[in-house]
Design a protein around this ligand. Sequence first.
Ligand SMILES: [Zn+2]
Length: 376
Amino acid sequence: MDNNRYSSNRPRRKVSRRTYRNRRLAALAIIAFLILLLIVLIANACADDKDKKPKTDTKTAVTLTTTTTVTDSAIQTTTTTTVVATVPKNESDFKLDRQTISIMVDETDMPRVLEYPDGTVEADERWTSSDKTIATVDSYGHITGVSPGVCYVILKSAADVDQEVWIKVTVRGESADDDDDTTTPQSSRTEAPAPPVYDTEGLTYIDGILLVNKEYSVPATFEPKLEQICYDQFNKLSTDAAKENLSIYISSGYRSYKDQETIYNNYIEEEKKKGNSEAEAKKIVDTYSARPGYSEHQSGLCIDVNSVDDSFGYTPEAAWLAEHAHEYGFIIRYPLGKEAITGYQYEPWHIRYVGSKVAEKIYKKGLCLEEYLNVG
Ligand SMILES: [Zn+2]
């Protein structure tokens, strides 16, 4: 009968005020539900996106402020550039000898990889720089300073993309406000003299250098105490390190025959407590401690700094020491990779005074003392 059911002239059914309010509430509820649904869908889409790039959320953004001073003839302008770098938590299984490197412009240095993550090898190394205008890095990890500033060099493994480690690189250059430092810092530093030669029977000197190692001992009666020049030069080293906010202090210096005897015997007892036989204990202790008479600490020419354990190798103090000890006449006596020659594990904390002439040669050639003296 009435086909035009929705025609405007169809009389509207009367609705009570309450029903009307209920309908409006229902409509609002439906709209709210739809909005909620939309939000959930968008959130899910974003989460999917994150799963595809898991590496981004392991990183924390850090803002680095680098101040570069530029001198333009007579006019001196100071510009401050803000570098935003992304720094991850270093949770990889790469083990490096250091994670900070400090170099001059045009200078090259490289961190050494001590351990690779499981299933990866040296050939998988992939090196990149976060800012090539500050420092570049080649495929072997040689880092070269380009301009003053701070950046990161990232080591990744091609075999396991989740493994990466970041090395902080500080590049120093001639800054305009260092008026007192017109020449290179090395040349302005006074030369560290050679240590004195003792006329004591039973000491082994080669080219004027006292050699104390697992083969060459000092007599039990030899008690030189810590050599004055060694102590003075260490204080210069420590003072200069402090200028760079680094704390390098003596934790062990001179030891007498009796001191060394006590130390050695204590280690033997400790190893025996672990269930080792006397012979086994000796074999183990010999890799990290000297027998009485054979400790270089008895020469009065060496110092152990800071914490005497492997963790020291990862500190900025260790990096600075490895880079600068020779300038003060010291060498890292038991370097990494020379264990078979020195008979000692890598000891980044043990420095030996030889004077700057010899120390510089040893440092530049990357030798250990035995190699330099052509023994053992
Ligand atoms: Zn030592």
